[in-house]
Design a protein. Structure first.
Length: 367
C-alpha cells in the first residue's frame, strides 16, 4: 500500500466553472475540498490547481541519500515527470511506474504539455490536450497532474511545485534549440533516470496506422463512418467498397472450400473404417470356412466318424478264432415249421442234433 501524504498536500477542490474534466460538477454532492485518501486507486488524480498547498511553510529539498533512506509519511519525496503522453500506452505507464518507485515514499507529479507547445516544438498529436490530461489522470501511479506544463523546466516552476527530483529516461532530449532540455536539471543533481520500454512508442503506433491505412479506412467505413470524416476521396471510397465485396466473396469461397475439405475428410475416414471392418469380417469368414471345410476341418472329421460308424454297423461281429469249441454255448435248436423233423446236420453234430430232437419231441408230447 502506498504511504499516506499530508492533508495540506492532498486536499483537493472542484472547479466552479461548469463541469470538470471528468464530468464532475458542484451538483454532484462532492465538497469543494476533499482529502485524497485513495491514492489514485479509486478516483482520478487531481490537477495541480485543485490541490491546496500551504506556501507559508518553507520547503527544503531533500537530498538523494535522504530520499533513498526514506522520509517521514508527512514529507514524501516529490518527483516530477513530464511528457506529451499522446496515445497513452504501456510504455508511458511503465515510465511513470518507475518514477513512482524511485524512493520508498514518493509523491508523483506528472506534467502534460498543451497542444500549442506540442504542435510548435514536436508536431501534430492524435489526441488533444484534454484527452491526454484525462488519460494521465487515470494512471494508478500518478498523484497529481500539471496541465499546460512548460517545455523547459525553470527554477520558478520547480519551486512553485516544490519538486525534489525530475524523472526521465537518460537519453539526451534535444528540443527548443537545446541539445538536452534536462541538462541544467542533471547539473543541479535533481535528475532521476528511468528506463525506456523498447518496442512500444507513440511513433510506432502511428507508423502501424499509416502502414495499414487502407485496412483501417475500410474497417471504419464498414462501421458507419463517412468518407468525409475519414478524409477519403470518392474514388477511394468506391475502391474500398469494391475490395470489401471481393473480400466477402473470397471468404465465402474459402468457407465452402473448408467445408468441402471437412466433408471429404469425413468420407475418407468413414471409408477407411468400413474397409477395416470389411477386412476384419472377411478374415473371420475365411477362418470359419477353413475350420469347417478345410483339409483338416470339422466336416472331414465328421465324415470320417460317420463312415466308421456305418462300417461298424454293417459288418457282423466274428467270434475270436482262439476260443475253444467246448466253451461255446450250444446253438438254439431250430425246427422247421409244420414239420417234426429237424433239418439235416453235419455228421459231426449229428449226435447233438439227435439229443435236441429228442428234447423237442418230449416237449411236444408234454404239450
Amino acid at each position: 500500500m502506498e504511504p499516506p501524504t499530508s492533508s495540506r498536500l492532498n486536499s483537493r477542490k472542484r472547479r466552479k466553472d461548469g463541469s470538470g474534466p471528468n464530468g464532475a460538477t458542484e451538483l454532484d454532492g462532492i465538497p469543494p475540498k476533499m482529502s485524497r485518501r485513495s491514492f489514485g486507486l479509486r478516483e482520478p488524480a487531481p490537477f495541480s490547481d485543485e490541490v491546496e498547498i500551504d506556501y507559508s511553510k518553507p520547503y527544503i529539498r531533500v537530498t538523494y541519500e535522504e530520499a533513498m533512506r526514506g522520509t517521514t509519511l508527512d514529507r514524501p519525496v516529490r518527483v516530477y515527470a513530464d511528457g506529451i503522453f499522446d496515445l497513452f500506452h504501456s510504455g508511458h505507464a511503465r515510465a511513470l511506474m518507475q518514477a513512482k518507485n524511485l524512493f520508498p515514499n514518493t509523491y508523483l507529479i506528472v506534467g502534460v504539455c498543451s497542444d500549442e507547445l506540442t504542435h510548435n516544438f514536436k508536431g501534430f498529436t492524435v489526441m488533444n490536450e484534454n484527452e491526454r490530461y484525462d488519460a494521465v489522470q487515470h494512471c494508478r501511479y500518478v498523484d497529481e497532474v500539471v496541465r499546460n506544463a512548460p517545455w523547459t523546466l525553470t527554477p520558478e516552476f520547480l519551486a512553485e511545485h516544490r519538486i525534489d527530483f525530475v524523472a526521465h529516461d537518460d537519453i539526451p532530449y534535444s528540443s527548443a534549440g537545446s541539445d538536452d532540455v534536462y541538462k541544467h536539471i542533471k547539473e543541479a543533481g535533481m535528475f532521476a533516470p528511468t528506463q525506456r520500454t523498447e518496442g512500444i512508442s507513440t511513433s510506432d503506433i502511428i507508423t502501424r496506422i499509416v502502414r495499414d491505412y487502407d485496412v483501417y479506412a475500410r474497417r471504419n467505413l464498414q462501421r458507419g463512418y463517412t468518407a468525409k470524416e475519414l478524409n477519403v476521396s470518392f474514388i477511394n471510397e468506391k475502391k474500398y467498397h469494391l475490395q470489401e465485396r471481393v473480400d466477402k466473396v473470397k471468404k465465402r469461397v474459402k468457407d465452402v472450400e473448408e467445408k468441402s475439405k471437412e466433408f471429404v475428410q469425413k468420407v475418407e475416414e468413414k471409408s477407411i473404417d468400413l474397409i477395416q471392418k470389411w477386412e476384419e469380417k472377411s478374415r473371420e469368414f475365411i477362418g470359419n470356412f477353413l475350420e469347417m471345410f478345410g483339409p483338416e476341418g470339422a466336416l472331414k472329421h465328421m465324415l470320417k466318424e460317420g463312415k466308421g460308424r456305418m462300417l461298424q454297423a454293417i459288418s457282423p461281429k466274428q467270434s475270436p478264432s482262439s476260443s475253444p469249441t467246448h466253451d461255446r454255448s450250444p446253438s438254439p435248436s431250430f425246427r422247421w415249421p409244420f414239420s417234426t423233423k429237424t433239418p439235416p446236420s453235419s455228421p459231426a453234430n449229428r449226435s447233438r442234433n439227435e439229443s435236441t430232437v429228442t428234447y423237442d419231441i418230449s416237449e411236444d408230447e408234454e404239450d
